[in-house]
Structures are given as C-alpha cells and as structure tokens.
Design a binder for this molecule. Structure first.
Ligand code: GDP
Length: 327
C-alpha cells in the first residue's frame, strides 16, 4: 500500500474506522477518504455506487455497519442485521466493480459459536450455534466474510477478512444502555460517583471473560494486515489474553476513583461465557500491542471526561446505536 494510494475507510466515523484513519494519517498516508462522509448512506446502493465511481479508491477498509453492546443487540436485532447486511453488500460490490486493489472487511468475535473451544481459531467459525443475544448481528457479520470469499472465488479479487477482539477507546459510544461493557461501565460508574452512590451494580454475574483491544492498537493491526495478509481465511486480531468482567469492573473503579462497593445483577444476561481469540497468525506478522491495558482504559476515561465537558457546553445528543464495525 503506497503512501500516496487512495484509501477509503468505510465507517470512518465509527470507533474502529476513525482509529484507522488517524493511524493511516500518522503513518504518512496522504490520500484518505471517509473522514467526512456522515451523509453517505451505505445501505443505499445508488449512493455507494456513485461514491465509488467518483472517488475511485484503491484500498478499502470496511469498518462500517451499526453495532452495540449486549442490550442494543437484544433491543434492535433487525436494525443491526439489516444495516450490516446492506452496507457490506453494497461496499463489497462497488469495490469489485471499481477494481479496488485490496479490501479488508472487519467482522466480529461474536461470529464464533457461543460455546466455542478457547482460544478461538479461525477454523472454528460456523462450528456451532451462535450466542442467542447477538445472533442477528453475528449472522450479518458472518455473511460479510462469506461474501468476501465468494467474490474472491468468482472474480479473483483480493478481499480479505479480519476478526477483531472487543475494541474500545476514545470516540466510543458511552450511552448507558446500548454501549459495550467498557464505555457502559465508565459512564455508569462515573455517574454513580457523582451521585455519591454507595454501591454499583454490574450487569450479569461478572464471570464472563473478554479480550479487549485498544482502538489505536487495533488500527495498527488492521493496517499491517492490509499490507501483509493475503489468505482467503479470516485472520483474528487479538492480543492473546482476557479478563473477567468482575476484574474489569475493579480496574474501572480504580481509574474512576469510585469509592463504593461493586455487586452483581444476575438477572441481566452474561452473553458468551468466554471470547478469547487465537491470534497466532497475527503474531506471525510480528504484531504486538503498544498500549498497556490500564493506560488504554485511563486514556479512554480521559476522553470521556473531555467529551462530557464539551457536551455540557452544548445540546446533548443521545445516540441509540452507534456506527461501529465491532462487537
Ligand atoms: P458482548 O461482548 O457481546 O457480550 O457485549 P458487551 O460488551 O455489551 O458485554 C460484555 C459483558 O459485560 C456481558 O457479560 C455483560 O453482561 C457485561 N456487563 C456488565 N456491566 C455492563 C454494562 O454496564 N454494559 C454492558 N454493555 N455490559 C455489561
């Protein structure tokens, strides 16, 4: 991928898409598309066709499609599935029609079966039933993988797929209900501290384990994979270690400085018991994460505080579902 190549990041306003754009910029890529495309509706084929025909990108990072945490997946399965199916369908087809040199599609670790062997190898995809709470979204993400593989087989295009661990970082959706666990815990615990609550309730049992990847580190991995990975099978993007939700809550408590007790609400769903990727293929490309987990959490909390300050000065827009390419 040459420094002057035209690179389009579909979903450039999402957590991962925006991080990819920032990382490409900092690595000296000068011809970037996708930063100011809020008005472009990727579920509309005519808009996507026209955008590709006008801009003619050479490389495409496909980090588009709505996503959300466990509650959003339960509340909006149709919306999440439709948005992802349509946007991946149109972007992949237009990329093929316009002769894009290489496309990287980002799926999600919830594409693996609910009771998958751990750590999850790429070959375990579709080897069992999906977790019911995010089945609709996960099915759409799997369809994206299969679509890339089908275009590759039929048209010989260089479209590859990656499966990231649970991403988090600045610019995430920090809504109380619909966000993923890290931004959700940050918002709720921050507010509990402000209200001087004596205790804080975590959803579920706290026992599930998750592998988290900082958005900037994930962006680096995506760029590396775009440059070096050529296989038909997807490649996992993780760091190889996980923590329990209870342990995570302890770290968030420390960073926020919440003095109260933490307790659990087992009436809320746990989701998949464990999600840990086997990322040996990524390690073989000489990738390792740059940011220690605690510093990444602290940076994310700082970003949240600054954005709250800004919002206090202007009207607050409560977003129900955010645009990201991850779960
Ligand atoms: P998942 O990785 O697809 O299961 O999605 P999430 O990031 O939404 O949730 C991860 C785990 O954290 C689940 O077991 C949730 O029950 C648990 N959890 C605990 N507290 C929260 C919270 O405040 N928000 C969210 N989204 N999840 C929470």
């Amino acid at each position: 991928m040459e420094k002057e190549a035209k690179i389009y990041v579909a979903g450039g306003q999402s957590l991962i898409g925006a991080a990819i754009l920032r990382e490409l910029e900092s690595q000296g890529y000068g011809h970037l598309l996708g930063k100011y495309t809020e008005g472009l509706d990727l579920t509309d084929p005519s808009q996507v066709d026209a955008y590709f025909a006008t801009t003619k990108p050479e490389y495409v990072f496909l980090a588009a499609g709505k996503s959300g945490g466990i509650r959003a997946n339960q509340k909006y399965p149709a919306e999440l599935m439709r948005d992802n199916l349509l946007s991946e369908c149109h972007v992949i087809h237009s990329a093929y029609q316009q002769g894009v040199k290489k496309l990287l599609y980002l799926a999600s670790s919830c594409s693996y079966p609910k009771l998958c062997l751990q750590p999850m190898k790429e070959e375990y995809l579709m080897a069992g039933h999906l977790e019911p709470s995010n089945e609709a979204y996960a099915t759409a993400k799997i369809a994206g993988i299969k679509l890339c593989q089908a275009y590759r087989r039929q048209y010989g295009v260089n479209f590859i797929c990656a499966i990231p661990a649970n991403a988090f970082g600045p610019g995430d959706d920090f809504s109380e209900e619909d966000s993923h666990v890290i931004p959700g815990l940050i918002r709720r615990m921050h507010e509990a501290k402000q209200k001087e609550d004596s205790s804080f309730l975590i959803w579920g049992t706290g026992a599930p384990r998750r592998e988290f990847i900082f958005s900037r580190d994930l962006a680096e991995a995506c760029i590396l994979v775009m440059k070096k990975y050529e296989e038909v099978e997807p490649i996992n993007l993780g760091l190889g270690s996980d923590i329990s939700i209870a342990e995570l809550a302890g770290l968030v408590k420390e960073i926020i400085g919440f003095p109260g007790e933490i307790s659990f609400d087992p009436s809320k769903p746990d989701g998949m018991p464990v999600k840990l990727l086997d990322s040996r293929k990524l390690q073989a490309l000489n990738w390792e994460p740059r940011t220690p987990f605690k510093s990444a959490l602290a940076a994310t909390y700082q970003w949240f505080l600054q954005s709250e300050e800004k919002q206090d000065r202007g009207p607050r827009v409560e977003e129900k579902i955010r645009q990201t390419g991850r779960n």
